[in-house]
Design a protein around this ligand. Structure first.
Ligand SMILES: Cc1cc2nc3c(=O)[nH]c(=O)nc-3n(C[C@H](O)[C@H](O)[C@H](O)COP(=O)(O)O)c2cc1C
Length: 180
């Protein structure tokens, strides 16, 4: 099995992080991998916002917690915003039909690149779906200089994992049809 396949199969959603920041050169590689994702007509409609400021991460977590009561049995993991040192949000330029696909492919590339560097990641869907609907989220977007034409399509935390994920979600069988 080659190293790329090993990284793809070895990636897990990491729930526990060490506090130290990932190295600048590692972040650079992860972002480069994101920017080399394919995109419809090579439009590259993305904008990568990287948040490594602890206060900003806490602000995001608190905004989500304040505005979104936890569902019964949990499910959302805004606490990862408190423990993981880096959050990357991929915004996409509104308008083209492939933008959502372009941005999620970019995030997929970044998660695999991170895994190949020994860095864990975890998608945080509340950041994509909810954060920027709230006044506090809208204010953050403005503060970061992200204009209204950019829509959030992908968000994940990154950091060194504190321990091996206990659960390895099984993969479904019967999801492939080969028409030959
Ligand atoms: C679109 C999308 C949304 C997700 N949202 C969340 C989330 O909000 N919180 C979370 O902890 N994990 C989230 N995940 C991670 C999935 O739960 C995880 O990928 C899945 O259980 C498979 O586990 P694995 O990533 O370790 O292979 C999300 C993944 C995707 C692709």
């Amino acid at each position: 099995m080659n190293e790329t396949i090993k990284s793809i199969l070895g990636r897990r959603s990491v729930k526990e992080y060490r506090p130290e920041q990932i190295k600048a050169e590692e972040l650079e590689m992860i972002l480069l991998a994101g920017r080399y994702a394919p995109s419809g007509m090579n439009r590259q409609p993305w904008l990568f916002v990287v948040i490594q400021n602890k206060d900003e991460l806490i602000k995001i977590k608190e905004t989500l917690q304040k505005n979104m009561p936890a569902p019964p049995g949990g499910g959302r993991r805004p606490h990862l915003l408190e423990t993981a040192p880096t959050l990357i949000i991929v915004f996409g330029q509104d308008g083209a039909s492939t933008t959502i696909h372009d941005c999620t492919l970019a995030m997929g590339n970044m998660m695999i690149a991170a895994a190949s560097l020994g860095i864990g990641s975890n998608w945080i869907h509340a950041v994509v779906k909810d954060l920027f609907l709230f006044e506090e989220g809208k204010a953050l977007k403005k503060e970061w200089g992200v204009s209204d034409e950019y829509i959030p399509y992908a968000a994940a935390v990154f950091g060194y994992q504190a321990k091996e994920p206990m659960y390895r979600p099984p993969r479904k069988e019967g999801v492939v049809k080969i028409i030959s």
